[in-house]
Each structure stands twice: as structure tokens, then as C-alpha cells.
Design a protein around this ligand. Sequence first.
Ligand code: PHE
Length: 344
Amino acid sequence: MEMQEQLRKIQQEAAKELEKIADKSGLEEIRLRVLGKKGQLTQMLRSMGQLPPEERPQAGQMINAVRTKLTEQMDEMEKKLREKEQEKALEREVIDITEPRAHTAFGSKHPLSLVEDKLISIFTSMGFDAVEGPEVELDLFNFELLNIPKNHPARDAQDTFYIEDNIVLRTQTSGVQAHTMLERKPPIRIICPGRVYRADEVDATHSPVFHQMEGLVIDKDVTMADLKGTLDIFAKSLFGEDVKTRFRPSFFPFTEPSAEVDLTCVACHGKGCRVCKGTGWIEVLGAGMVNPKVLDMCGIDSSVYGGFAFGLGIERIAMLHYGITDMRLLYEGDVRFLSQFRED
Ligand code: PHE
């Protein structure tokens, strides 16, 4: 029978070609040619009308059988192709986790931040809270409540940046003492690190913006021995067990009595060198017993409570700690300089 022969040929040919195809587009080509709207099988179905009616059902069955068979084979082939493609993709996208990667440059903390962190950790371990205060400050807090009189030289425009008559860039962190005393009830134990501003020219030891850390303790029965002990522990924690502290009489309007506090020179351990100008001592901070006038102005009863305060320059401590001789290096942002400092 001519049609049977034709069907067999179509099927054989298609099967043979299916064996050979390499990708999906090859498969689609065959599918279209055999099963498509204008494909070989579809055309045969259409031409069935020319057959005698009694032969049509059988012919239809045969064509459909071939169609089903070829569809199955093509689907099977499609599945195989998809699997192959996935395998290839997996091979292509394989990641070698042992391959050395490009060098990564690590950042490091700024030496001032390292020292500030260290100071905070020393004092918080002694029970101090770290607090912050405003850098743009009222005259009231920067001067008035600290018992700094109207005619004090520190109030001069040559020393202080004024925003308005009554508003300054704080010249010291001591204003946070007043804020804290007005806000909290004793016992008070705080430190306050932060930026301060003074109308200074830039040189190896001065900058118009620098950093201080204030300390304040208010309680009953606080003595100068507590101040000395606290600063001793601070000095030893930062510079080593053999460091000694020394108080020299000084004056601050907000403390009475007041002291300049020296440490044995961290470079020569007190023998005398260039860093300490041969004296064996270096000045690191100002301190004293909180002036009762300040306590009363800030709402704390000076007949019941007393306390001590201290203030240090973070730049100065950082320079001593790391042996930095020019303050400007701390602000220039030179990576060759900055990358030398690591957390210890
Ligand atoms: N505020 C003082 C200064 O800037 C330092 C200081 C703080 C002194 C607290 C005594 C008590 O020099």
C-alpha cells in the first residue's frame, strides 16, 4: 500500500535525523517539517479525503499512530537535550573555591579613634558612663555655669569661635559637666569624649579643632585621693604599671583646688629626654575638686555633695602613646601614615 510505505519512510527518516541532531533548534526543525501545520503528516491527513471512504478510518489510525510515536520520540529527545545543556552549564559555571583571590586592602581605625576607644574602655571598666554633649554650645554652659567670669580671657574672640553673642563652638568638654549635673542626680560618674574648638593657628602642637575627654564624679565623701587614685589607674592602664602621676597646683575657675597632672615621661621613664625636655615628667591633663559654686549653680547641694573633674587632650595622649611628633599628621589623612595603626 502506497500510503503505508510513505508513512514508514517518514517515520524512518525522522528517527534517523533525530539521532543526529545536536541542539533544540535542530529538533524544532524536524518537528515543524513532520508534525507542523504544513508538515508531512498533517498534509497526509489532509489528503485522506482523496481515499475511498472505507479506507479512511484505517488510514487515519495509521497516520495518528505514527504521529504519536514520533511525538514521543521527539519529547524524549528534547528531555535528553535539556539534560545535556544543564550538564554543560554546570561544567561551565564551576567555581574553584581554592583559587587565590585578589588582594583586599583592609581599612584601619584612625589613631585618635583607637585612643578614644581605649580611654572609654578604661573608664567604663571603672564604672563611668560615656556621654556626649553639643559642640555648638550656649555661653551659659561653656562659661557661665563653669564659673568663668565675663571678663575671663578665654571668652575673648581671639580664643573662642562665636556663632552669635551667646552661642559658641565649645572650647572645652567641661560644659558637659554642667549639662550632666542639671540632668542627673548624684551619684554621677561620667566621661565625655568629643571635639572642641579654639581659634588657634595650626602648628605641630595646635589645631583649631581637637578632641578632649572630660571626667566628672559627684558623690558624698569624694576626696582628692579618689581623683589621684582614678588618674593613677588610668595612667597605668594606658602607659604601663611603672608610670607615676604627679599633681602640680594650678587654677581653673570650675575646680578648687585645681591641679595640672603630669606623668613620668613615657619615652624615657623619668630619666629625662627630648620628649620631656629633660624633666622626666610630661603634662597630660587638668583636674581638680569641683568648685562648690559650680555645684550650687547646677542644682547640686554643695553642703552634701562634692566631686572631682578632669579634662585631657586626646591628641596629646595619642601622640605620646604612638610617639607622634607632629599633630598635623593626625588630620592630613595620609594612608601611608594611618595604615600603621592597629587595634592591640
Ligand atoms: N577644661 C579644662 C581645659 O580645657 C580642663 C579641665 C577639665 C580642668 C576639668 C579641670 C577640670 O583646659
